[in-house]
Write a protein that binds this ligand. Structure first.
Ligand code: SF4
Length: 442
């Protein structure tokens, strides 16, 4: 049996596909699904942002997954394959949160996480007895090791910084989050219980991926402090370099920052979300303490780690000046890297329901839900003004004089910082969020 796994490309607003020669977005979901697939099945992985899709490929079924911003293209591909009589199954976060919509484009859908279900679906594809929906009654425990099929991906298509010998490989060490941020789709998909992989499994994945340059892609690497301490101790002898995501409350636990640094952490994403306290309350992220942001950034810098701050714009408490105030904050705190988003009511989230009930959603073309386009009416700006100010401020942060100034005064390694800053400049010029970016194809 042969299966084709597809991660669809994102699209520009006018529907053109966004194609890269090289990208930073590694298709970890598909290589993990391949790891769950019985070994006698042939698998072809296509990450459409860097690979071409052969609609006439001779396969037994096509499996498509994607975020909301990729799902419009995913549905186009699903419809095209089904017109040719090819079986299509779909899964992933958008499909799981919007199953009624997704099943109109697929022979079967997988709701939730694939562990515990995917081998059954593969058997049903083989026996030609697919059901319309597959869903586990519980979130799966992460106690069974899964070795992702890294060998199925052409690493040359993924950006590699000049100073490291291998690609950045995402590895998940835990799933779930106990918080209730109303814009978050992850927590709807992965649940509120923090589920950890046994450390021994993570060590096997690190060894199998063949890279010493890693991204621990959990939403919170330190969701359980005791587990995090053990994990950092276990990876310290491996001499890997890693990046990951910590909550902004990490400032209260400097020893964990130091342990992370000692274990090879070189960059930390911090979800500050906003510098406006009222906005944190507005979206249910009150555990972020605005008054502690300066200290968090200082402690991370002091540990020799590059802090990478994530901020969103478009909250009801955001006035047009919020961009200038946020830029000023980044200068005061010497924040070297930022990722900026436009608040996006991803379908299936509490925020989506709230804004829908208020009649404020103005765009239901999911390909525009790329976290950088205004798809709802903000309270204190027009959607157009929100977008214009967002891109202008983003471009201002990554202007050449500011990049140069930050590099000159940096206290941490600037190789990755400079590479990401230059990539961001190029993406911002094309109005593509840098976090899903790459080197554009001609
Ligand atoms: S945004 Fe982060 S902290 Fe909030 S619910 Fe989602 S994963 Fe948890």
């Amino acid at each position: 049996m042969k299966l084709l796994f597809i991660q669809p490309a994102q699209m520009f607003r006018d529907g053109r596909l966004i194609k890269f020669k090289q990208t930073i977005s590694y298709p970890i979901g598909l290589v993990t699904l391949a790891g769950l697939t019985p070994p006698d099945v042939d698998i072809v992985i296509v990450n459409e942002s860097v690979d071409e899709i052969d609609l006439d490929m001779d396969v037994d079924a096509v499996c498509i997954t994607g975020y909301s911003s990729q799902i419009t293209r995913g549905y186009q591909l699903a419809d095209a394959f089904r017109q040719r009589g090819v079986t299509v199954v779909m899964g992933g976060i958008h499909v799981s949160l919007n199953p009624d919509e997704a099943e109109q484009h697929a022979d079967a859908i997988l709701i939730g996480e694939a562990e515990g279900l995917w081998p059954t679906m593969v058997a049903d594809i083989r026996a030609n007895r697919l059901k319309k929906r597959y869903k586990l009654a519980h979130f799966p425990e992460m106690s069974s090791p899964v070795l992702p099929r890294y060998d199925l991906v052409d690493r040359a298509k993924y950006i590699q910084p000049p100073s490291v010998k291998s690609n950045l490989i995402p590895i998940q060490t835990a799933r779930g989050c106990p918080h209730h941020c109303d814009f978050c789709s992850v927590v709807q998909f992965l649940g509120r219980k923090f589920r950890m992989k046994p450390i021994s499994h993570v060590l096997k994945e690190i060894e199998a991926c063949g890279s010493d340059y890693l991204f621990f892609s959990d939403d919170n690497v330190i969701g359980n402090f005791d587990h995090a301490r053990e994990f950092f101790k276990a990876i310290t002898p491996l001499n890997v370099k890693w990046m990951g995501q910590f909550p902004s409350t990490i400032g209260r636990h400097p020893e964990l920052i130091d342990m992370a640094a000692k274990s090879g952490c070189f960059l930390l994403f911090i979800g500050f979300e906003t510098i406006v306290t009222e906005s944190l309350h507005e979206v249910g992220k009150s555990f972020n303490q605005r008054q502690n942001y300066h200290e968090v950034i200082r402690r991370i810098l002091d540990a020799g780690i590059t802090p990478f701050g994530s901020f969103a714009f478009g909250f009801d408490h955001d006035d047009p000046e919020v961009f200038d105030r946020t830029l000023a904050f980044t200068e005061e705190t010497h924040l070297p890297l930022v990722s900026w988003f436009i608040l996006t009511p991803l379908p299936g989230t509490v925020l989506y329901r709230r804004l829908s009930e208020q009649g404020r959603i103005i765009d239901r073309n999911w390909h525009n839900y790329d976290l950088s386009r205004a798809v709802f009416r903000p309270a204190q700006m027009t959607p157009e003004e929100l977008e214009e100010r967002y891109w202008k401020a983003f471009g201002d942060f990554y202007s050449l004089p500011k990049i140069a100034k930050r590099v000159r005064s940096a206290t941490t390694d600037t190789t990755i910082q400079t590479m990401y800053a230059m990539l961001s400049r190029s993406m911002i010029a094309h109005r593509i969020n840098p976090l899903s970016g790459g080197v554009l194809a001609k």
